[in-house]
Design a protein around this ligand. Structure first.
Ligand code: ARG
Length: 458
């Protein structure tokens, strides 16, 4: 059954039907489609546009369809153009004439806009829960590792000592911002398009505030032309998902590096690694690599949607049908990646000794040695030069700042005393850094308290 056969004298070309049809993918929101229809007819009856009797029979019919699809008793038949036609046809088949009144005062344009919004709202909330779980895993690692010293890097070169808690805290901040982006999008998109009709509203005395409240929206969308053609929220959501994926991808890059033979900072749990078909010794970080790889796919959705929307005149255009497959894929991909990543993170074993040893090499305490001189009255620029010469000496003589003798220190600057060893120890490097956001234990403890509160309240 078609929703628009009346003015046509010929059947649709089969290829055209297939090209035009969206049921293969828009069946994903059958539940939201039915939910929207129930709210719509409830409002129609309240406004006296249809009778209570018709409303009751439509709702019973719709609920029956919902239950039957859920239970697998009713299969969504791909010969229909879209999920809207499918539901309406089955409704009429089940309840007769009253079914034909469902679409009073509605167009598929406001209907599909509603369905996609209801679906997206639900998915945003689900994604938020996954992100929250990830933050909980991160916080657990942070709490256990405020004294686990590791090298911090810039340019992927060892730079200064940090702690594992500090490193994990950086990702905590990122995923926390991701959650706040999702919540912003939710608030901005939370206006109901239903009642906008095809583009110009309807002649029926609809109560749009009522439908909006039945569906839990903040209110009705205020311009019917915008309401049927607004896909901003999908672009924003794709952008937020792209950023989430970018964060996961950076993390995965680090996991891949940390997992390499050269680093061995971590051990990925067997249940989250895979092997090689030819090299028996291999245990590969495939999950991390795949999450990193799938990031491009989500970026693709964002680019594609932006491109689809850029030339569209007001109001609805069929191009907009292209939003669904892409966004559905981006949502499934992003949710899957957060879930998998969290599982991998939760079971990671950190090789604390290797991290600590690695921090000792690479002169990660050179800045602190320079600060020592500054604290003894040497101007910073001179101190920088002195430590630079010391480092060169160490490299030539295969030493580190902690294995140099005091005589060797003094040869380069008489300012050095025996307390340089303590001043340049890894522990001191960390402990001296206690300003807000720094890796020192006190500063980290403060951050952890803030994060605990945040997770309790958000
Ligand atoms: N499948 C369409 C979409 O996804 C539904 C809206 C159809 N509207 C129309 N005027 N043909 O956008």
């Amino acid at each position: 059954m078609k929703l628009w056969g009346g003015r046509f004298t010929k059947a649709t070309n089969e290829l055209v039907h297939n090209f035009n049809a969206s049921i293969s993918f828009d069946q994903k929101f059958y539940k939201e489609d039915i939910e929207g229809s129930i709210a719509h007819v409830t409002m129609l009856a309240k406004q006296g546009i249809i009778t209570d009797e018709d409303k009751d029979s439509i709702i019973t019919g719709l609920k029956g369809i919902l239950e039957d699809i859920r239970a697998g008793r009713l299969e969504i038949d791909g010969t229909y153009e879209d999920i809207h036609s499918f539901v309406e046809a089955h409704l009429t088949e089940r309840i007769g004439e009253a079914g034909k009144k469902l679409h009073t005062g509605r167009s598929r344009n406001d209907q599909v806009a509603l369905d996609m919004k209801l679906y997206t709202r639900k998915e945003i909330l689900e994604m938020d829960v996954l992100l929250k779980n990830l933050l909980e895993s991160l916080l657990k690692i942070m709490k256990e590792n405020t004294d686990t010293i590791m090298p911090g890097f810039t340019h992927l070169q060892k730079a200064q000592p940090v702690t594992l808690a500090h490193h994990m805290g950086a990702y905590f901040e990122m995923f926390k911002r991701d959650r706040s982006r999702l919540s912003d999008i939710y608030k901005r998109m939370d206006y109901c398009p239903l009642g906008s009709g095809a583009l110009a509203g309807t002649t029926y005395p609809l109560d749009r505030e009522y439908t909006a409240s039945l569906l839990g929206f903040t209110g009705p969308a205020l311009n019917s032309m915008d309401a049927v053609s607004d896909r901003d929220y999908l672009i924003e959501f794709s952008s937020a998902m792209s950023i989430i994926m970018m964060h996961l991808s950076r993390f995965c890059e680090e996991i891949t590096i940390w997992n390499s033979n050269e680093y061995q900072f971590i051990e990925i749990d067997d249940s989250y690694s895979t092997g090689s078909s030819i090299m028996p010794q291999k245990k590969n970080p495939d999950i991390a690599e795949l999450v990193r790889g799938k990031t491009g796919r989500v970026y693709g959705t964002l680019m594609s949607l932006l491109t689809t929307m850029k030339g569209l005149s007001l109001a609805y255009n069929k191009d907009m049908q292209e939003d669904k497959e892409l966004v559905f894929d981006a949502i499934d991909t992003t949710k899957g990646c957060i879930l998998l990543f969290n599982g991998m993170l939760d079971t990671l074993v950190f090789n604390k000794d290797r991290m600590r040893k690695s921090t000792e090499g690479g002169f990660t305490n050179a800045t602190d040695a320079a600060d020592y001189l500054v604290n003894h009255g040497v101007p910073f620029r001179d101190a920088h030069g002195i430590i630079g010469r010391l480092v060169l000496y160490c490299i030539d003589n295969n030493k580190t700042l902690s294995t140099l003798s005091l005589d060797e220190y003094k040869e380069i600057s008489p300012v050095f005393e025996a307390d340089i060893y303590n001043a340049a120890s890894m522990e001191t490097c960390i402990e001296k850094r206690n300003t807000t956001g720094a890796p020192g234990q006190k500063a980290m403890q403060e951050a952890i308290t803030v994060y605990e509160d945040y997770l309790k309240n958000n």
